[in-house]
Ligand binder design. Structure first.
Ligand code: PMV
Length: 350
């Protein structure tokens, strides 16, 4: 039949945008993700819960290039190479596979968070890339599907698709790989009136010695404290949900602090140990204790790096920032509130 000889046009050629720009913000986990059950699918061992910030956005432009033989990626104007490039190309391959496209892309990312400093630049980075790449390749994904997709770039990115507080479900560990993949995504968490701030004390903005991926794997494989922490983290999550629903900032802070210290304990017990906490970290932690003694509710959490994030009431944030700033030399301090989810700024169709 003559129709069989007409040109087949892939859906994204007809309707999808060929270029798109998206912005996403980092998130800080109050109940941590630490440990994968499937490294390829980025499935976590435990559920986690975070607050998306209103500072340090990542803006990512994706443009398809029909002529190019490979993807071209720049991060803050510098061509990406090595592991950073490999992770982005692997992610784009996943998007291409879903879109049925072979077209390469030009990706331009502007990160305002100090990269590699344990401040979750990968979360905002892959949330922005997932949102922009899905649009550019013509995939029509809802927020849940985008969260699953972002997860495949960096686990914590699944949560940055959403604003405010978000919980990432570990997903089913039994069943097929597809079941597990589909059931692991983030969603918004209902909270009562809270007026929180996170005071971020950057004690070292340099790249970390051990990547979170390596550190997680080593902790799961060798730390005798890992399983007890994972079990207690499940209880922490349940307590956290109750505290958020009640709008009880002090309880939220206490639970977040114990969960983070427990996570770092699992790493310290790994063989060999992974230690992200530096002397300056401990000095800042002391200042947080002093704030509490002085009657200011302030609670600390740390990720895969030496920097400290202090949860407090918005009304106390300037005072907390002042105390933390004078605690240690060369600390830079940023005040964040709850921020928006990832969003598309523009997408241009043919
Ligand atoms: O997804 P990654 O590789 O950025 O891992 C993040 C792990 C922690 O930041 C330490 C905890 C978390 O839940 O964000």
């Amino acid at each position: 039949m003559s129709e069989q000889h007409t040109t087949l046009i892939r859906p994204q050629d007809q309707t999808g945008a060929e270029r798109a720009t998206a912005v996403a913000h980092p998130n800080i986990a109050l109940i941590k993700y630490w440990g994968k059950s499937d490294e390829r699918l980025f499935l976590p061992r435990t559920d986690s819960l975070s607050m998306t910030l209103d500072i340090f956005p990542t803006t990512t432009h994706v443009r398809l290039d029909a002529q190019a033989g490979h993807d071209a990626v720049t991060l803050n104007g510098v061509p990406a190479t090595g592991e950073a490039l490999r992770r982005i190309v692997t992610f784009l391959d996943l998007v291409r596979d879903r879109a049925g496209s072979l077209q390469r892309a030009v990706v331009d990312t502007e990160n305002t968070v100090p990269t590699g400093a344990g401040l979750a630049s990968s979360a905002s980075g892959f949330a922005a890339l997932a949102t922009a790449a899905a649009a550019a390749y013509g995939l029509d994904l809802d927020a849940t599907a985008l969260s699953r997709l972002a997860r495949r770039g960096s686990g914590s990115a699944s949560r940055s698709i959403f604003g405010g507080f978000a919980m990432w479900h570990a997903g089913r560990t039994t069943g097929t790989a597809t079941d597990a993949d589909l059931s692991s995504y983030a969603e918004p968490v209902p909270t009562a009136e809270l007026d929180p701030a996170l005071v971020i004390a950057v004690v070292n903005a340099g790249p970390k010695d051990v990547s979170s991926r390596t550190a997680m794997r080593r902790t799961v494989d060798t730390s005798p404290l890992y399983e007890p922490w994972a079990a207690s983290s499940r209880d922490d999550l349940a307590d956290m949900q109750v505290a958020l629903k009640r709008g009880d900032l002090e309880a939220v802070g206490e639970i977040a602090e114990r969960n983070a210290l427990g996570m770092h304990a699992t790493m310290l017990a790994a063989r060999p140990a992974v230690r992200y906490l530096s002397p300056a970290t401990l000095t800042v932690l002391d200042s947080v204790l002093q704030l509490r003694r002085d009657g200011i509710p302030a609670y600390a959490t740390m990720d895969a790096g030496p920097n400290v994030k202090v949860l407090c009431r918005r009304a106390d944030a300037d005072r907390v920032a002042g105390v933390v700033r004078s605690a240690a030399a060369r600390v830079s301090v940023h005040i964040a509130g709850p921020g928006p989810g990832a969003r598309l700024l523009c997408g241009v169709g043919r």
